[in-house]
Design a protein around this ligand. Structure first.
Ligand code: GLU
Length: 387
């Protein structure tokens, strides 16, 4: 999957945000927990039943409060390495995929055991990006997940590594967990890893690096942290966490980053005692609009004149033929399309009423209806809360 671009905005690091954590905690109905391999394995790299137990206990406690939990769990490759005896050496793509296939069942056995101790059933969901990019599969996935949750089952999601190709894969489970959280309209996503906070600089290098408790949107400083993989971030994985969090914030999902191997870490996070919260005041749009604006993969779109780009970005308007100066790519009616301004910047995404061929044949009228249109990129940033 291509990296979602970070929206530009003038915002900053905010201290504390305890109130916001308490507010999220109070209204929590659905929580997605992304669990990284580092916290599910011991020093030898083997899956650690104790680690699974620690998280399962917290899931069980959350459920006594009626909170539904979805786990996005890594660890298949680690489990496969152990099973096949591959050690810790770097693996070729083929071996990684083989290890993931061999290890996925071991991973599920651990979750079944750990959650089963609390009388909780689990269900396995393996995904590739095409399952989310395709609107029909997306809808099915949404229905299956909702049904599982309503049955009191904890879905355990992972990337379907055996079939995911190098070019077309989520790449890491941080990104996958944000997709899943959007899909089920979660109230919060927590990324549990071996990093306790986002820091102002790399704490291994800079002695007085400060922990950041709360981030509200993007400042040049945060962008730098998001862009540079190792510097200033504590671990290599932080860049992916920051970009995932900011992307998900853009469509209304608050994201927490915390250390996953501390007892009661999730509860401590909501009490403001650990972790970094990426807070957002965006309103969560409908699932359909999340899909159009953030998950769809348009194969083409309409090029707008400046007047149309401005008009669309200012309010709820449909795209009419008069504002279009060209098409890019090929698409049919009902395909997702992007709408770009004369500088090539994305204004919005939508569902086409008119295909590219029909437009070339001179079809006018409504090309994208306003109900099928979502402002994206900079244009979205210019109109907070407008969906
Ligand atoms: N799907 C991989 C696994 O289960 C993990 C990818 C990741 O950790 O981001 O091992």
């Amino acid at each position: 999957m291509p990296e979602p671009s970070l929206p530009k905005a003038e915002k900053s690091i905010v201290k504390g945000c305890l109130e916001e954590r308490l507010r999220i905690r109070k209204s929590l109905r659905i929580l997605v927990l992304k669990v990284g391999s580092q916290i599910l394995t011991d020093e030898s790299g083997a899956l650690s039943p104790r680690a699974f137990g620690r998280i399962a206990r917290q899931v069980a406690l959350l459920r006594t409060e009626g909170i539904r939990v979805v786990l996005v769990s890594s660890g298949a490759i680690a489990a496969g390495r152990e099973k096949i005896g591959l050690g810790k050496k770097p693996l070729s793509l083929a071996l990684k995929q083989a290890a993931a296939s061999a290890g996925q069942s071991s991973l599920m056995i651990q979750w079944e055991r750990a959650l089963g101790r609390h009388g909780i059933h689990t269900a396995q969901i393996l995904l590739t990006p095409s399952d989310i990019v395709d609107r029909e599969r997306f809808t099915n996935l949404e229905r299956t997940t909702e049904t599982l949750l309503s049955l009191g089952i904890v879905p355990v999601v992972n990337e379907n590594d055996a079939v995911a190709t190098f070019e077309i894969r989520f790449g890491d489970n941080d990104r996958l967990s944000a997709y899943v959280a959007g899909l089920i309209r979660a109230d919060c996503l927590l990324l549990l890893s071996d990093v306790s906070h986002l820091y102002t600089a790399d704490p291994r290098v800079v002695r007085d690096a400060k922990k950041i408790a709360c981030i509200h949107g993007i400042s040049p400083e945060i962008e730098r942290m998001a862009g540079v993989s190792r510097s200033g971030l504590g671990t290599g994985g932080m860049a992916s966490k920051v970009s995932t969090a900011l992307w998900a914030n853009g469509w209304g999902l608050p994201v927490g980053v915390l250390k996953g191997d501390i007892p009661s870490g999730i509860f401590r996070f909501f009490e403001g005692r650990t972790g970094t919260l990426f807070e957002t005041h965006e309103k969560l749009p409908s699932n359909r609009k999340i899909w159009i604006g953030h998950f769809s993969r348009p194969m083409g779109g309409f090029r707008l004149d400046m007047g149309a780009a401005k008009a669309l970005s200012e309010g709820k308007r449909s795209l009419l033929g008069a504002g279009v100066v060209g098409v890019e790519g090929q698409f049919l009616p009902r395909d997702p399309v992007y709408l770009i301004d004369p500088q090539g910047r994305e204004v919005a995404r939508g569902i086409a009423r008119t295909g590219s061929a029909e437009w070339m044949d001179g079809m006018q009228g409504i090309l994208v209806h306003r109900n099928d249109l979502v402002l994206t990129g900079q244009y979205h940033q210019g109109r907070k809360g407008e969906r």
